[in-house]
Design a protein around this ligand. Structure first.
Ligand code: NAP
Length: 267
């Protein structure tokens, strides 16, 4: 029987790959923020809906549109996301607010608005939720906050919510993050080596990360499970991050500093 899915961030990377997989046999509402994707989404057989996670009013509009078209959603997959990077002593707080708006608050808002229709929620969190990556702290914090807020929702309401935590996946996210963080990277003072490393690392990750289909395979598997676990890691790096996050805090920091000293010149 056909199931109904809502996928945010369906125009690229993980979301697009998920859409391709699900749209063959199901009804899929596909979120986009740029009109240029509408035709492509329709041609794939999806029902496009406009949502810009950075603009609150569009979340309400998207939820109203979806509710006008369907009475049930088997699975809402919260995928849309971006990366705010930079040095914590210099990054404008406004940029961190934007990070939370896109990666955390808008997904929570959309989920609340669709709650009465929902069977299950799958969130694309990240290994960054384990919180051990300096220079991308806003991204880590936004994903951790997402996990905490949604886990509480699951405990309080009984709604089934699964957090998927991928490690590095080869998607356009990495190149986009270099572009969108250009001003923080170029404007930062005293951390030039660190920023150089971050840019080359991001560029490498976009090419050498795990294939996006590995994440899709896991999500398809989790979606079909009767009783999924609340959290799954994808990739060896994500499992290592989970392990490190369970070590005593002082030891974690020593390991992170050691790793940084191996890859770049630090203070
Ligand atoms: N790639 C990785 O290594 C990795 C690892 C762990 C977790 N993740 C998470 O996986 C999710 C998907 O990322 P991806 O790697 O597939 O990256 P991607 O290829 O850049 O896809 C991100 C998607 O989110 C959309 N998006 C970004 N900002 C948005 C906004 N303000 N409003 C609405 N949509 C917005 C993008 O739209 P446009 O096409 O218009 O840009 C795109 O469809 C993200 O939540 C990311 O944090 C990725």
């Amino acid at each position: 029987m056909k199931k109904t899915y809502v996928i945010t961030g369906a125009t690229s990377g993980i979301g697009k790959a998920l859409l391709k997989r699900f749209v063959k046999d199901n009804i899929v509402f596909a979120g986009y923020r740029n009109e240029k994707y509408v035709q492509e989404l329709e041609a794939m057989g999806a029902i496009p809906f406009y949502i810009d996670m950075a603009k609150r009013e569009t979340v309400a509009q998207a939820a109203a549109y979806i509710k006008s078209k369907t009475e049930k959603i088997d699975t809402l997959i919260n995928v849309a996301g971006c990366v705010v990077a930079g040095v914590m002593e210099q990054l404008p707080v406004e940029r961190i607010r934007e990070q939370f708006e896109v990666n955390t608050f808008s997904h929570l808002d959309l989920t609340q608005r669709l709650k009465t229709l929902l069977g299950r929620v799958i969130n694309i969190s990240s290994m960054s939720s384990f919180g051990i990556f300096p220079f991308v702290a806003p991204y880590c914090a936004s994903k951790r906050a997402m996990d905490i807020l949604f886990n509480a929702m699951a405990l309080e309401s009984g709604l089934e919510i699964v957090s998927i935590k991928p490690g590095v996946i080869a998607t356009p996210l990495w190149e986009k993050s270099i572009e969108s963080n250009k001003s923080s990277i170029e404007g930062c003072q005293g951390y030039e080596n660190e920023m150089k490393y971050m840019v080359s690392n991001a560029s490498e990750n976009g090419k050498k990360g795990l294939n996006v289909e590995k994440v899709v395979d896991l999500i398809v598997k989790v979606d079909a499970m009767k009783n999924p676990k609340p959290s799954y890691c994808v990739g060896r790096d994500a499992k290592v991050a989970e392990f490190v996050s369970r070590l005593p805090f002082g030891l974690q920091n020593k390991l992170i500093k050691f790793k940084l000293s191996r890859v770049m010149i630090t203070k």
